[in-house]
Ligand binder design. Structure first.
Ligand code: SF4
Length: 99
């Protein structure tokens, strides 16, 4: 696992017009602590900050976790299940997958 190194004692700063939502990265088993930066005006996620008070990772996150928020509004994001029919993927419902 590659991680950024940060100085001990660094605190997260809340920028004007943004709030921090405390959570963790769920991309892999490390579950690094992080805050999601949310623009309060339009309630959009605009970035993440590592949690320096997180016991295990102490402010370290890998590039994958730091950039994961960019997938939220990405135009190529798949938001519904897809089933392959006649060689092409078509949208399906979650119920359709179980029947
Ligand atoms: S930041 Fe990287 S190492 Fe940490 S949980 Fe996310 S993917 Fe795993």
């Amino acid at each position: 696992m590659s991680q950024f190194l940060v100085k001990e004692g660094v605190k997260n700063q809340i920028r004007k017009g943004e709030k921090l939502v405390t959570t963790h990265c769920c991309y892999c088993g490390m579950q690094c602590g992080m805050h999601i930066r949310v623009d309060e005006k339009n309630n959009k996620v605009v970035g993440v900050e590592p949690r320096y008070d997180w016991v295990l990772t102490k402010g370290k996150m890998c590039p994958k976790g730091v950039t994961a928020y960019q997938t939220i509004d990405h135009p190529d994001r798949i938001k519904t299940p897809l089933i392959k029919k006649n060689g092409k993927f078509v949208e399906a419902t979650w119920m359709k997958l179980w029947i």
